[in-house]
Design a protein around this ligand. Structure first.
Ligand code: OGA
Ligand code: MN
Length: 199
């Protein structure tokens, strides 16, 4: 995974349109391994907070999350951190992003969960620069819903991209720019979600 080739289409997408969607970005064995590592620590997942962690608004955001420390985990997470290390190099070299830390968690939506339209970094108030998503659902079908919709910041009624959370699909977008939403999932939906931060 030290090969950076997979990063280049992402960089091109980020540079041209501010977002990129890459299918089959990671080998199936790595995706299976990440899924297994996530589900092995299932009892550590906690309902996600909105802004203030004390406020739990299931109707707005239905996922449970498990925060990850950089470098933790088994073989598959190790390979993931290595891939992210390469991605950081490329982001900084090609886009002069100055990304330093990756804030990262697994996210599990139960059937019936979604996440209403939101910004990850409203008005650039936080240190989050780029949102990344890696989906870990091997048998996802269209009727399972759970689509990520990325909206046009100039016209929020216009959907720029609809992404099914199939295993191996990797998404990156500029965190300040794009409103986005997770449509209701009809099936349990697992992902690894992160934000490249200035530090
Ligand atoms: C988030 C988010 C999108 C997804 O966690 O902030 O928007 O597709 N997730 O899981
Ligand atoms: Mn988000």
């Amino acid at each position: 995974m030290s090969n950076e080739a997979w990063c280049h289409p992402l960089i091109a997408g980020l540079a041209e349109s501010g977002y990129a969607v890459l299918e089959n970005a990671f080998p199936p064995a790595l995706l299976d391994g990440l899924r297994a590592e996530a589900l092995a620590q299932r009892e550590q997942f906690r309902p996600a907070g909105i802004g203030n962690q004390a406020v739990r608004a299931q109707a707005v955001r239905g996922d449970s999350i498990d925060w990850l420390e950089w470098g933790e985990g088994g073989e598959s997470l190790q390979a993931f951190w290595q891939a992210m290390d390469s991605l950081r190099d490329v982001l900084n070299r090609e886009l002069y992003l100055g990304a330093r830390e990756l804030e990262c968690h697994f996210a599990l939506y139960p059937a019936g969960g979604g996440y209403q339209k939101h910004h990850d970094n409203p008005q650039g108030r936080s240190a989050r620069m780029v949102t990344i998503l890696l989906y870990l659902n091997p048998d996802w079908r269209p009727e399972h819903g759970g689509v990520l919709q990325i909206y046009d910041p100039e016209d929020e009624s216009h959907v720029l991209a609809r992404v099914e959370p199939r295993a191996g699909t990797f998404v990156a977008f500029l965190a300040e720019r794009f409103p986005h939403e997770v449509l209701l999932a009809q099936h349990e939906r697992l992902s690894l979600t992160g934000w490249w931060r200035r530090g």
